[in-house]
Design a protein around this ligand. Sequence first.
Ligand SMILES: Cc1ncc(COP(=O)(O)O)c(C=O)c1O
Length: 361
Amino acid sequence: MSGIQPQPGIMDIDLYVGGTSTVEGVKDVTKLSSNENPLGCSDVVKDAHAKTGLNLHRYPSTEHEELRAAIGEVHGLDPARIICGVGSDEVLQFITHAYAGVGDEIVYPQHGFSMYPILANMVGATPVVAAERERVVDVDAILAACTEKTKIVFVANPANPTGTMIGGNDMARLADGLPEGCILVHDGAYTEYVQGFDGGAGLVEARSNVVMTRTFSKIYGLGGLRVGWGYASQEIIDVLNRVRQPFNLSPIQTALAEAAVRDQEWVTKCRAENTRLRAWLAEALMEIGVPSDTSCTNFILARFADQSEAEACDDYLKSQGLIVRRVAGYGLPNCLRITVGDEPSCRRVAHAIGQFKGGAR
Ligand SMILES: Cc1ncc(COP(=O)(O)O)c(C=O)c1O
């Protein structure tokens, strides 16, 4: 034996399972398993892509000044307090790396995003789960789960995979009730799907213990680009920049993300289309006996009678070339998460679930 050992927690990590995109033996596949934007990215981004000068022998800027300036301008935020990462996942990783370690605890809600326990284990911290109330984040349960060892609380608002959301007052109450030295991460991956919502920016301005994260992967239609960002106090951003690799983003990533954030018309259009089709899909599923909570995101968490019905429906959908997401790993074995696709995809998935419920198995 070499005696080589990974750090504490590493072997407790269950690898992240992404949404699949193929079904063996089925050609015409519709992927509704990864909350991607069915409309893709805007033409402005495609033009920027075509024009990106490829100076690939040059290192990129370490500071992402132009992208941070654009984000700051569009959202009315201080660019100096923005940090950019390889997806918001990387920003979540900076926070965890910088603020938690062996002996510390990281608290997140019962059905919280699966990266939270992965990140906790990555740094040897203990993941602590706080119960939800009927698939909605419960601030009191989170506060009750916190101890003096709690260094980070992760809350996605709106949440994945439940799609539900809590109010600004509840988030503020959470921030106010945390133990001294604990950071509240307001994960805003789905912020843009809620019209007029600031994603927690106001909370960051008002409280020094809150970090907000955002992504280009969802409404901007750029999941493949891998760009996200965070906003926090100058003190926290200065810490996070110390654990960020200097060249974490390529010039292609920063140029396209900048073009994307400047095209808010695209965001408005995608939000309107998502809102329309989400309502249609939820209603269509309800009518065939598949309820869901009101979603504030670009997916619906469809509830079935039990695990075996949810799995049988998933198998049936796969046989029809429709890929949705099983969420048993999130403690929701009787549910399937269905991304709101374009109109034909929504009709197709509703029709197939109707067939399944009608006995076509
Ligand atoms: C709640 C939540 N947070 C963060 C992310 C990470 O997104 P990305 O790393 O693509 O920015 C996701 C992606 O699905 C998510 O659902």
